[in-house]
Design a protein around this ligand. Sequence first.
Ligand SMILES: [Zn+2]
Ligand SMILES: [Zn+2]
Length: 169
Amino acid sequence: MGRTLADRARGPRPERGSSVSVALQTEHDRTAASDEPRVRLRRHGLRCTPGRLQMLRLLIVSGRHLSITEAWEELARSDIAVHPATVYRTLETLTAAGLVHVVHGPGPARYGITGEPHHHAVCRRCGHVEGLASRHLTEAVGKIEELTGLRPDSSGSLLVYGRCADCGD
Ligand SMILES: [Zn+2]
Ligand SMILES: [Zn+2]
């Protein structure tokens, strides 16, 4: 499987717009990594269609939250030709099944892989969404419960808005 959110939290910021063509086309690859999307789809009662597998691989490998256009561009970069409407339908299906989640910020909705609980840092200017491993905000989440009585669930659901590093002040 690709870099986990925990890995990303430790590692350097991934290059924006970098190609993630790696492993998207390995239909018959027998490694555990390439089987992972199949396992996920079956576990959620979905058929393993090529479009769903490609989309899950894209989100896993990139480790990013992508808009429909961005997902479509990344697939095109990997020589996977699909109509944007198909990308939309695939993401909606995966979201409805709980495999993918949607983040509504400024601009188009961003879709991310559901797995390790995380929060979201959202840029108000460009709409970029960065996942934030829950463990970094354990204290803040505890404080929320202490102050409001609301117990945030384990899904990791905080939305933090601001300006991303690229957009500056
Ligand atoms: Zn997310
Ligand atoms: Zn930004």
